[in-house]
Design a protein around this ligand. Structure first.
Ligand code: ZN
Length: 169
């Protein structure tokens, strides 16, 4: 019994410890991942500027997110009501994984945060809007930033294909 308990504790800690949260505008940010970029001094400012760029892209404002939470999860998938395991979710709050295809990403810009902000602004759960496939301008706005891994600064690749979602065919 004790061994099983120990295994359970290890499994939990592997998903990332919960860090003290912070607030960006009227949005509560919670960190449940060990991803290095979430430990960086610039993380709150990077969340704010990424959300700012996303809001501009989707034609929204901070009022669309007021009172919401953004949660960064270390697990490969987040729970999403009605959608099963997902890499990101918007259900009034935003949850995004800090992994991409099994690897921890190096910066907030490489998560699907921009995509989920889109749902907060325009809804469109079926992804009918053509903007889901047109992130080139936004990607340019987020290029050239610093990423972080366990050994220090690295590149940050705001991968467009992580954000893209094929329209319903
Ligand atoms: Zn979506």
């Amino acid at each position: 019994m004790r061994q099983w308990q120990a295994v359970a504790v290890l499994a939990l800690s592997a998903c990332g410890s919960v860090q003290p949260g912070f607030t960006v505008r009227d949005v509560t940010v919670t960190v449940r991942t060990d991803a290095a970029f979430t430990r960086s001094q610039d993380f709150p400012a990077r969340v704010e500027s990424t959300v700012e760029a996303a809001l501009a892209y989707w034609g929204g404002s901070w009022a669309d997110l007021a009172g919401s939470a953004i949660v960064f999860e270390g697990a490969a998938h987040v729970a999403c009501p009605g959608n099963g395991p997902s890499i990101g979710c918007y259900d009034g709050d935003i949850r995004v994984t800090t992994q991409d295809a099994g690897r921890t990403v190096s910066c907030v810009e490489a998560t699907v945060l921009v995509h989920e902000v889109g749902h907060a602004v325009i809804g469109d759960a079926a992804h009918d809007d053509p903007r889901w496939m047109d992130f080139v301008a936004l990607q340019g706005a987020l290029d050239g930033r610093t990423g972080y891994d366990a050994s220090g600064p690295t590149s940050c690749d705001p991968v467009a294909n992580v954000w893209r979602h094929p329209p319903r065919g």
